[in-house]
Design a protein around this ligand. Structure first.
Ligand SMILES: Nc1ncnc2c1ncn2[C@@H]1O[C@H](COP(=O)(O)OP(=O)(O)OP(=O)(O)O)[C@@H](O)[C@H]1O
Ligand SMILES: [Mg+2]
Length: 375
C-alpha cells in the first residue's frame, strides 16, 4: 500500500511532528491554568517568514480548546475590530444561543459563497467591540476565550487600539480571557514603538529564531519514521543540516526526500538529490515574493551582500565592506540598510555587520545574477 507523504510544506499547515517552541507552549499552558490576570495571558510572537508563527498560534489555540476554551481568530489584514464586532462574535453568539429576539435581515454572501445571517440588536446604535465581548462572555458563563491575531504587522493601529481597550476592559473585570498575536519581526517592532502601544509592550514577547539542528533532525526523523519510511543512518542528520533550522525547509526537504526515496527508507543520496530542488522551491515560494517590490538601490545592497558572502565565506557581511563595494556615502547606505531591515530581508548581526533574514537568500540572489545560458 502506498504510504502518504507526512510532510507539510505549506504555509499555515501544522506539522505532524512538532519541533521546539516548548517555552512558549509551556508558559502559555501555565498562564491558562493560573486564572484571570496572569501576565503571560497576552503574548506576541514575532519572526521572519516561514519561521512558524501561524502554526504556533494554531497550537496555542489547540491548547486553549483542549482546556475547554473558545477561540476567536482575527487577521491583521482585514478590518479586525469591525469583523469581530459585526460578524465573528455575533456568529459565535448565535451558535451559543439562537436568540428569539434576533431577526433575519436577509443574506450576506460571505467569503466562498457561505450564507451568513446578520445579527440585529434591538438597540439602534451600532454596538462597539467591548459591548459585543461583554454579551459573549455573559453567555459563556465563565468559559475562557482566547483571541488570536495573525499578520499583526499589517493591522491598522486604530483597530489594534480598539481591540486593546476592549481586551483590557475584560481583564479588569477578571474575565477568563487571553490574547495571542503574531507578525513579522520588524512590523511588530514598529508597532511596539508606537506611542499608544503600552498594552502591546506589556505582552509577553517571543521572537522566534531558527530551530536547533537537533530539533530539526528529530522532527524529520520522527515524521518519516511514524509514517513508515524512515531515514537511513545519518540521512536525517544531513537533511537537518540542510534546513539550517528553518521550519519551512524541514517540511519541504522532508517532503521531497520522501518522494524521491523509492524503497522502504530514505537514504543520504535521496537527500543530496533533492537539495537543489528544495532551494529552488524556497526561492520561488519565499525569496521571490519578498523581493518583488524592492527598489533598485536596495536590491543593489542585497546583491552586494550576496557577492561579499561568497568571497568571504561568512554569513555575516560587514557594513564597511558594503561601503567599499557600493561606493556610496555611509549615510545613504545606512538609510538603505534600515529600509531592508524594515522589509525583514536583512537583520543586524553584531557590531557593524548584517546578514540575510532568510536562509539561502544569498544563494538565490547569486543565482539570479548569473547570466542565462542560451544554446
Ligand atoms: N515547530 C515546527 N516544527 C515543525 N514544522 C514547523 C514548525 N513551525 C513551522 N513549521 C512548518 O513551517 C512552515 C511555515 O510555518 P508557518 O506558516 O507557521 O510560518 P509563518 O511564520 O507563519 O510564515 P509567514 O510569515 O509567511 O506567515 C509550515 O510548513 C509548517 O508546517
Ligand atoms: Mg503565517
Amino acid at each position: 500500500m502506498p504510504r502518504n507523504n507526512p510532510f507539510r510544506p505549506t504555509f499555515g499547515a501544522s506539522p505532524k511532528v512538532w519541533a521546539g517552541r516548548t517555552t512558549v507552549l509551556d508558559e502559555f499552558t501555565t498562564a491558562l491554568e493560573s486564572g484571570p490576570g496572569h501576565p503571560n495571558r497576552s503574548l506576541i510572537i514575532s519572526g521572519s517568514r516561514g519561521i512558524g508563527k501561524t502554526v504556533l498560534l494554531t497550537e496555542l489555540e489547540d491548547k486553549a480548546r483542549a482546556t475547554g476554551w473558545v477561540v476567536i481568530r482575527a487577521s491583521g489584514r482585514e478590518g479586525m475590530a469591525e469583523t469581530l464586532t459585526n460578524s465573528t462574535i455575533p456568529e459565535l453568539i448565535e451558535s451559543l444561543e439562537p436568540a428569539p429576539k434576533r431577526k433575519f435581515t436577509g443574506f450576506n454572501v460571505a467569503g466562498l459563497g457561505g450564507v451568513r445571517s446578520e445579527l440585529v440588536d434591538e438597540q439602534p446604535v451600532a454596538p462597539r467591540l467591548v459591548t459585543r465581548l461583554h454579551q459573549l462572555l455573559t453567555l459563556l458563563k465563565g468559559t475562557g476565550v482566547l483571541f488570536t491575531i495573525d499578520e499583526i504587522q499589517d493591522s491598522n493601529p486604530a483597530d489594534l487600539t480598539e481591540i486593546a481597550v476592549a481586551y483590557q476592559d475584560l481583564v479588569r473585570d477578571d474575565a477568563e480571557v487571553a490574547l495571542a498575536m503574531a507578525g513579522l519581526t520588524q512590523g511588530v517592532n514598529n508597532l511596539l514603538n508606537l506611542p499608544g502601544a503600552t498594552f502591546l509592550r506589556r505582552a509577553r514577547h517571543y521572537e522566534l529564531g531558527p530551530l536547533t539542528i537537533d530539533d530539526a533532525t528529530a522532527t524529520l526523523r520522527d515524521t518519516a519514521q511514524e509514517a513508515g519510511k524512515p531515514f537511513l543512518n545519518d540521512a536525517a542528520r544531513r537533511a537537518g543540516e540542510l534546513t539550517q533550522g528553518y521550519p519551512y525547509l524541514v517540511q519541504l526537504i522532508g517532503y521531497l526526500a520522501w518522494n524521491h526515496a523509492v524503497g522502504d527508507a530514505i537514504t543520504g543520496r535521496d537527500v543530496s538529490s533533492i537539495s537543489e530542488e528544495a532551494i529552488e522551491i524556497l526561492g520561488k515560494q519565499v525569496h521571490q515574493p519578498s523581493l518583488r517590490a524592492v527598489p533598485p538601490r536596495q536590491r543593489e545592497y542585497l546583491d552586494a551582500m550576496a557577492h561579499i558572502q561568497s568571497q568571504t565565506g561568512r554569513a555575516q557581511v560587514s557594513t564597511a565592506d558594503l561601503t567599499t563595494a557600493l561606493d556610496r556615502p555611509t549615510t545613504a547606505l545606512s538609510d538603505t540598510r534600515g529600509k531592508l531591515i524594515d522589509r525583514d530581508l536583512i537583520v543586524p548581526a553584531g557590531w557593524g555587520e548584517v546578514e540575510f533574514a532568510q536562509p539561502y537568500l544569498g544563494d538565490y540572489l547569486r543565482r539570479e545574477q548569473r547570466p542565462t545560458r542560451v544554446n
